[in-house]
Design a protein around this ligand. Structure first.
Ligand code: ZN
Length: 274
């Protein structure tokens, strides 16, 4: 019974859910931003900034995400044309406004609509900022939110009054990609990233405090083709994590994606057509 997820970037679609993390898990965080000044390894990201990473949430049990026999091939897609009602658990007008602005970037290409509601019981998505001091950003995938009525379904862990506009774009658009059913692009069955796994584990351990399993689930895992719909691998997708060249065997790298890619727009339009 559990769902699984899918996803990628937009690419993949929607439908799925994400990882299993539990709501209490400390998310990725931001330890991330804190670059150890004694660190002499300057090879990670040229500007020394370690990007924060989101975790997608799924209703899978602990390790079912990696058990293909536990995959639920249900559809995490919302009804086409649906108006998703968003209830904010906290946050002022400024932050809530940024969330609505970038959530609606998807509505420019998908037959979905996003509105705020003060009626929690009637809401589809329940969004908060650093709820219970959770400094991670995460979201349930698609209709998995329906399995958590009355609970928070999305968190933004690192926004404040100094957050740059493009960071609002990057993170809000990404989380709402999950909320409408997308999973990470690096988890696409056709993702073409030649990971140096040992370096990937060491990197996420050092900067995010993630154990091997979490790295497997959020970074290295690739969905079976039967679980998802996907585009060709799209390194420009808003659902793709940045990838440092030090983490790949062939030196390939992927920068920060702040906006919907051409494939993101086209794909979501086919998933939620007018
Ligand atoms: Zn994500």
């Amino acid at each position: 019974m559990r769902l699984k997820h899918l996803t990628p970037a937009l690419a993949l679609i929607v439908l799925a859910a994400c990882n299993k993390s539990t709501q209490n898990e400390v998310a990725p965080e931001s330890a991330a931003n804190i670059v150890d000044s004694t660190n002499t390894e300057t090879d990670y990201f040229a500007d020394g900034y370690i990007p924060q990473a989101c975790i997608d949430m799924t209703d899978t049990t602990d390790d079912s995400r990696l058990q293909t026999d536990a995959v639920y091939e249900g559809n995490h897609k919302w009804a086409n044309g649906k108006t998703l009602k968003i209830f904010f658990i906290n946050g002022g007008d400024y932050l809530q406004g940024k969330v609505m602005k970038y959530a609606r970037k998807w509505a420019e290409h998908a037959n979905l609509h996003f509105v705020k509601t003060d009626n929690k019981a009637a809401s589809d998505l329940r969004v908060g900022f650093k709820v219970n001091n959770n400094k991670g950003s995460w979201s349930y995938v698609g209709t998995d939110a329906n399995n958590h009525k009355g609970e928070q379904t999305m968190n933004f862990g690192w926004f404040d009054g100094k957050t740059e506009e493009k960071e609002f774009s990057r993170t809000v658009t990404h989380e709402f990609g999950h909320a409408i059913g997308l999973v990470h692009e690096q988890s696409s069955p056709v993702a073409e990233i030649k990971w140096n796994k040992e370096k990937v584990y060491a990197y996420y351990k050092k900067y995010y405090g993630w154990g091997k399993k979490k790295v497997d689930q959020n970074v290295l895992y690739k969905y079976p083709k039967s679980d998802v719909r996907n585009t060709k691998f799209d390194p420009k997708s808003i659902m793709q994590y940045p990838v440092d060249s030090a983490l790949t065997r062939d030196g390939m790298s992927i920068g920060y994606n702040y906006y919907l890619s051409a494939k993101d727009k086209d794909f979501i339009g086919r998933i939620y057509p007018d």
